[in-house]
Design a protein around this ligand. Structure first.
Ligand code: PEP
Length: 262
């Protein structure tokens, strides 16, 4: 697959913000602007409890819905968890292994891998996050950390369905800090991720995987990340809660040039 055939993707991670009524109203307020951006897949990821309310707003539009987390089992004694069966048919995407889940909820590469496999099984597209701590970067361990996360989290997927996978490179020190990575740093790690995916799945299949950058993406820098060949869009936290979120998608489209619908 040529680079130009991968559909750019911009996802908004609302984190633990906006209950059902607020989420519905906010999604409705964004919608008329979002639907005008064609050629970029746009995904809104509200908190789980707000998914049905946002789903109702997005119904019949080209804007996709994503969850922020999911358990790997279908049902059972897992208090507080949400199963892939419950998300199936509601969400097209699920964010997995976000650094906040890895840090605050003890998610390991193995857990993230099991969840991603379950997502594939239930036809939910995983957006799997990887990224290094500042101490790792400062100690020149970025390559080692990313390699271990990619091998641990992204193994064993069905090779013919890798176009459903999105990998988000999110340096932890850039998340919510206002200190984005430089485009060069993001390009270097995105190229590393792609090379590792080639080792895991071969060049042809790996070329279908979309890679996002995430970490303090705004309307001011989204275009510079999207201009990078190995980066197909962004995973956006704080700026996805602002009215100009559509502008990030627009900047992405401008940087990539319009591509066919997926
Ligand atoms: C995120 O939550 O994935 C994220 C990248 O947050 P922010 O854009 O606020 O840095």
């Amino acid at each position: 697959m040529k680079v130009s055939e991968r559909m750019p993707i911009v996802a908004g991670n609302w984190k633990m913000n906006l209950g059902p009524t607020e989420a519905r109203d906010f999604a409705a307020s964004l919608l008329s602007d979002l639907v005008t951006v064609r050629g970029v897949e746009i995904v809104l990821c509200p908190p789980a409890i707000s998914l049905p309310a946002v789903s109702a707003v997005l119904s019949g539009t080209n804007i996709k819905l994503g969850a922020q987390n999911m358990f790997d089992a279908e049902r059972g004694a897992f208090t507080g968890e949400i199963s892939p069966l419950m998300l199936h048919g509601l969400c097209e995407y699920v964010i997995l292994g976000h650094s906040e889940r890895r840090t605050y909820f003890g998610e390991t590469d193995d857990i993230v891998n099991r969840k991603a496999l379950a997502a594939f099984e239930h036809n939910i597209r995983p957006i799997v996050c990887v990224g290094e701590h500042l101490e790792d970067r400062d100690a020149n361990r970025t390559e080692r950390v990313i390699t271990s996360q990619v091998y641990g989290s992204l193994k064993g997927f069905p090779a013919h369905r890798l176009n459903e996978l999105v990998v988000a490179y999110e340096p932890i020190w850039a998340i919510g800090t206002g200190r984005a990575a430089t485009p060069q740093d993001a390009a270097d790690v995105a190229a590393l991720i792609r090379a590792l995916l080639v080792e895991l799945y071969g060049a042809v299949e790996a070329a279908t995987i979309r890679v996002q950058y995430g970490g303090s993406v705004t309307t001011a820098n989204a275009g510079s990340f999207a201009a990078i060949e190995d980066i197909d869009g962004s995973l956006v936290g704080g700026a996805s809660l602002k009215p100009d979120f559509a502008e990030i998608a627009r900047q992405t489209l401008k940087a990539k040039g319009a591509r066919g619908a997926r």
